[in-house]
Each structure stands twice: as C-alpha cells, then as structure tokens.
Write a protein that binds this ligand. Structure first.
Ligand code: GLN
Length: 486
C-alpha cells in the first residue's frame, strides 16, 4: 500500500480501523522526504521530533476514541511564513533564517487541536514575493513534473511537496495567487478562501489587506475538510468573519446542474498557451455536460488588475517589512554600527534579497508625500472598481471559470532577469485578492506533459459552491489523480 498517495479520508479510514498508526504513517512520510526531497527541495525545515510526538499523541487519541477528527494523525506541511512555536519560521529570507517564534499562528493551533501532524515548513519566495520560488534566499524548489522547471510561487514548496506526495496536505498562503498559481503548475488542488475567512494571526504579513491562508490537497474534498478546521472567527484577528463555518464536506455532493457558470471574456485573450486554452475549453464543455449553464461575462477593469495589485502590494509590504530592522526579530548586523540607524541599514542590506529591496523602495515611493494621491490613493479607487466587476458578474452567474496561468511551468532561470515578465504570470490570479473573493484552483489537463490549472472564482463567503463545482468535476475527470514519476 502506498500510504503517501492516499487522500485524507482514505488515511482517516485506515487510522480509525487501526490498520495503520499515525506514527507508522509519519515515519513513512519522513522516510519519503529523505529519499525524494533532495531532488525536489520543497522543505526548508523538517520537524521530525515534533511530528513523531504529535503522531504519538494522535495514536493515543484514536486508541481512546476521544476527540478524533478527520485530521487526527494526518501528516501535513506548512508554508514557512506561518508561525510555529519552537520551529524555525523563515519566510525563506536571510533576515529570519534563525528566527524561532515564541507563539503559534491560530491556524497552527487549530491544526494541532484537530490532531494533525506537522512534518515541516516549506520553501517559498522570500516573504511571498515571486511566482517561481526562485526568490527564496536558500535554494530553488524544483517542479516534480520536470525538475528543470519551477513549481510556481510563492507557495512553490507547498505545491511541490503535495505533488511529490511528501505530505497528505499542505498549508499555503495566497496574497496574489500564491496558492493557486503553484497548484496549477504542480497538478494540485488548492483554495484561496474569502479574505477574513481564515485567521491571519501569526501569519508573517505581506499585504495585510490581501493575505489569505489556504490549504492544498489531493482534491477538492480534502481541501474542504482542511478548510472546515482552520476557518472561523478569531478574537486575535479583527478582520475575521463572525459567521459560522459551513460544513463544506456535508454539502459537497450536491448537484451542480442548473448552476450558472460565467466565462470572463477578458481572461480568454491572446497570449495564452494553446494547450492551456484547449484544456480550459474542454473543462467548460465538461461543466456543460454536468448541466451547468454557460454564460460569457465581462470584468471590464481586468487590465488594471496587475498594476493595482502590485502598487498596493509594494505600499503595504514596505510598511509591513519595516519591523524587520535588526532590533526585534531574526538577523541583527551590529558590527561596526555607530548607532541604531546603522543597525537598521546594515541588517536590511544584508538580510533582504533584491526583489524584496526593490519592492520596499517602490512602496516607499508610492506612499511618499506628493505621490501618495497619484499612486496609492488612485490604486485604492481602482481596487473598488475591480471589486464591483466581480459583484456585477455575480449578479448574473454563480461562479466564474478562468485559467490559473497563461502558460505551464517555465524553466528555472527563464524569467529571473525580467521582473515584469515574472509579474505577468500572475495576470489571472491577482484580481481576486484586492476584491477579497474566494477561488479554488484544480488540475484540468496537460500541455506538453505539464499540468494545466483552472480556477473557479466565487462570491464572498461562498466557498461551498466552489467545493461542489470542483468536486463534481473531479468525479468525472481524473487529472487530479495523475502523479509525477519521481
Ligand atoms: N506572485 C505574487 C507576487 O509576487 C504572489 C504573492 C503571493 O500570493 N504571496 O506578489
């Protein structure tokens, strides 16, 4: 039996039938990480001791039949920007290379309470800035489908770990596509929930008004299971919704017949790889066969999505990263410093990578007196237009279908010399974050033997519809079941 390739619910059945223990399962994953990860390089830190301790506790819970959840004893990994007490949390940055948090993120706590087993922390673009994982200060992660290609970013390590079966599920973070874009590149299912559905407490902030923590897993059903456990109101995060979390899995089998599926015409334009376009068209036909009504819709401000996203990101990120100054967390370069200003300068010069530095400078510029109105304020106004585009589309349809990226995974090094070229790969995923709406990415075919991803975008707080639609698709297709040959 290949334990590492099972879904959460298959593993759960084995665990409660006592056919396998969580300790055995965890050992099997740790062994596979030792064997496979030197090629893929998805993990920054493997928390072996903690994992075995949590697995032992999970087995005790299962033996007593007390407080057993669908996640009890299930091994997972987490993107390295989510705080884990006692386990290094680096954001793949030199500045936090040796930073060990003294507290857990709410999501970390919730998963621990559910009895899940943390295998380790996964690689990412530094502070979430990038679309290929090549901005990690430590090493590149490789796409398990072709080791010479990128896994996407910024949650590239999480997606690669999932695709290579190095965890039963992974937790990513999506500020502007970081769950969905790498999920598409690696043939993984992942969801960016509604902004405020999952607590950001303990997430090291990139853009506080965009950031969303979301799971990646083998299929939509597993993502729904994980989201049920991590979503909900948190007194530590005032932007979380008070509304109760629906039981997504209970309703996931409801038929999609009669649902109205919108195809945003601005997303199907020249520039998309032919194999991506044909996979998407095939997916639309599949939904038609499942009884959905297909409607063309317009999101007229789509062309402003990328500039608005990046402008607001630069601005908020420059403010958020001000706290990395050598006097509070992680790295402190004080040698030869005359005063505290020197410490700030030296630490940031040495600790941040080039992409982070350039975004901080652009953000500080956009926020400076004289430019604030022209850039930041203007971008905030256009952000409202982007949100209204979605509202108006959702007055006509129930959900939208779009690609996750215009291309399949590109080669390592192919886009590193041109940041604008890199930013363009985010074109389909960035508008949802300023708008706050949820979106699920799922595999929908292959182009030149590389995975193609699509995303379904939904109304605020309507993750349930996204899960139903993604699940219905995965009942009649098996793209999500394809795994790379490692
Ligand atoms: N590609 C996006 C960026 O570089 C990803 C951000 C994210 O979702 N963390 O900003």
């Amino acid at each position: 039996m290949q334990l590492h390739s099972l879904t959460i619910r298959e593993i759960h059945q084995l665990l409660i039938a006592r056919q396998v223990s969580s300790v055995e399962l965890t050992r099997a994953f740790l062994q596979r990480i030792r064997e496979i990860d030197p090629k893929v390089r998805s993990y920054v830190t493997v928390s072996e001791e903690l994992a075995l301790e949590q697995a032992q506790k999970a087995d005790e819970r299962i033996a007593k039949g007390e407080n057993v959840t669908p996640l009890t004893g299930i091994p997972f990994s987490m993107k390295d920007c989510i705080s884990t007490r006692g386990v290094r949390t680096t954001c793949s940055s030199k500045i936090l290379e040796n930073y060990v948090p003294q507290y857990n993120a709410t999501v970390t706590d919730k998963l621990a309470e559910a009895g899940a087993v943390l295998l380790g922390k996964t690689n990412m673009d530094e502070f979430g800035m990038g679309s290929s994982c090549e901005n990690s200060a430590f090493f590149n992660t490789h796409n398990p489908w072709d080791l010479e290609r990128v896994p996407g970013g910024s949650s590239g390590g999480a997606a690669a770990a999932m695709a290579a079966s190095l965890a039963a599920f992974t937790i990513g973070e999506d500020t502007g596509g970081s769950v969905r874009m790498p999920a598409g590149f690696c043939n993984v299912t992942g969801i960016k929930p509604t902004y405020g559905r999952v607590s950001r407490y303990g997430l090291i902030a990139l853009v506080s008004s965009f950031d969303c923590i979301g799971p990646m897993a083998r299929d939509a059903y597993d993502c729904a299971t994980v989201l049920e456990h991590i979503a909900g109101h948190d007194p530590h995060d005032s932007t979380t919704y008070q509304f109760p979390v629906p039981n997504y899995t209970q309703h996931i089998n409801q038929p999609v017949k009669g649902m109205k599926l919108g195809i945003p015409k601005e997303y199907f334009v020249a520039g998309m790889e032919a194999g991506v376009e044909s996979a998407l068209q095939e997916a639309i036909r599949t939904y038609e066969k499942l009884g959905m009504e297909i409607h063309e819709v317009s999101l007229p401000h789509t062309k402003y999505g990328l500039p608005v996203y990046y402008l607001l990101l630069f601005a908020e990120a420059s403010a958020n990263l001000a706290r990395m100054d050598g006097t509070r967390f992680g790295l402190s370069v004080s040698e030869g410093a005359k005063d505290v200003i020197d410490i700030y300068l030296q630490t940031r010069r040495e600790g941040f990578g080039d992409e982070v530095k350039s975004r901080i400078m652009l953000g500080a510029y956009a926020l400076s007196a004289g430019y604030y109105d022209a850039y930041y304020l203007k971008a905030q106004k256009v952000r409202t237009l982007l949100r209204r585009d979605f509202e108006s589309a959702f007055s006509k349809v129930d959900l939208l279908l779009a690609p996750t990226c215009p291309t399949t995974a590109f080669k390592l090094g192919e886009k590193t010399s041109d940041p604008l070229e890199m930013y363009l790969s985010d074109i389909y995923v960035v508008a949802t974050n300023p708008a706050g709406v949820p979106a699920i990415a799922l595999p929908c075919g292959f182009s030149n033997n590389l995975p193609v991803g699509m995303q379904l975008i939904g109304k605020h707080l309507d993750e349930a519809t996204l899960f139903q639609a993604a699940h219905a698709y995965q009942q009649v297709t098996d793209w999500h079941k394809q795994t790379p040959n490692l």
